[in-house]
Design a protein around this ligand. Structure first.
Ligand code: ZN
Length: 320
């Protein structure tokens, strides 16, 4: 399928199709910077301004809708305690995506042995041992362990931003191994969580449409691992626990999720002992916006030069 690449200026974006061609065009334009690892890129100043523009837009929107019950702003490093990681079932469901931090904890003698292997070009990584942290697979995961106990009346609304890691090397520039999610999380009763999910999905659609994207809401599933994962995927879809807003990013390929919203039921409430003010196990829901994917969708839709983007998108993102 041939996709019309740029409405506003044929010069703004070359006619390209397919993952590798789109990635190479982004690298060629200097928007992303290659590191030698698939899915791991530096970002240019322009790329960052687009990401920051959407981030600021999300901040304004969260303030606008908060109506006296402001979002608590929390920022966590992109690492999670290994013990907390063990409580969230990630190792069962997504073993192929995890990232573990290892370091050297040995004696001087063991150091010499490691160096010998290193100098000889042999595998020295077996001399490493796990540190007490894992890489964060989703921005909201570090929040739940810190929310243990009873929630205040009305529950909590939390605003998060950070880098997530997923080990899925790919030529698709939208499938980065390390990327930012801007998340809004609700902790409270089942009704609180479902209302949050539904309100933010509608809000997300509206925000993306204002930028000139044409997001579509779809019921989705996570990429659960292996044969057992099939049942998990089916259950997740059946219960409509995960929705995505998808938009066209890579010309000639399927639309990509730029936002995803998850209703976790009482999964995190049970795992970390979080109770709602009424005493029941807390339910939670989150919506995450992928900053890099939104920037890529905008570049793909409007062209590589924001000067030719539609006026409203430029204004909303404060690109002038
Ligand atoms: Zn989340």
């Amino acid at each position: 399928m041939c996709v019309e690449p740029a409405r506003h200026s044929d010069l703004a974006m070359p006619a390209i199709e397919g993952y590798a061609a789109f990635r190479d065009a982004l690298l060629g334009a200097g928007l992303l910077v290659a590191t030698g690892v698939r899915g791991l890129y530096g970002r240019s100043g322009l790329f960052e301004r687009v990401c920051e523009g959407f981030d600021a837009l999300a901040t304004r929107e969260a303030r606008r809708v908060a109506q006296g019950s402001d979002y608590e702003v929390l920022r966590f490093p992109p690492l999670i305690h290994r013990g907390d990681y063990a409580k969230i079932d990630h190792i069962r469901n997504f073993p192929d995506l995890m990232g573990s931090v290892h370091t050297f904890l040995g004696s001087e003698g063991e150091h010499m042995a490691m160096l010998e292997k290193f100098e000889a070009g042999e595998d020295w990584t077996r001399s490493l041992r796990p540190a007490e942290v894992m890489l964060t697979p989703a921005i909201c995961y570090p929040l739940y362990p810190t929310a243990a106990g009873t929630l205040p009346e009305g529950g909590r609304r939390v605003d998060l931003l950070g880098f997530a890691f997923r080990h899925e090397p790919s030529d698709d520039p939208a499938r980065m191994q390390v990327f930012r999610q801007r998340e809004f999380v609700r902790l409270g009763t089942p009704e609180d969580a479902i209302a949050h999910r539904d309100e933010w999905l509608a809000r997300g659609e509206e925000l993306l449409a204002r930028l000139g994207l044409q997001p579509k809401r779809v019921v989705a599933n996570d990429p659960f691992f292996g044969r057992g994962g099939k049942l998990m995927k089916a259950t997740q879809r059946e219960q409509e626990l995960k929705y995505e807003l998808v938009a066209q990013i890579v010309p000639g390929e399927k639309p990509t999720a730029v936002s995803s919203s998850n209703y976790h039921l009482d999964h995190f409430g049970l795992a970390f002992g979080i109770r709602s003010a009424g005493g029941g196990v807390a339910h939670s829901a989150c919506i995450g916006f992928g900053l890099e994917r939104i920037a890529l969708a905008l570049l793909a839709t409007h062209g590589f030069d924001p000067k030719v983007w539609p006026r409203e998108a430029r204004d909303v993102l404060a690109l002038d």
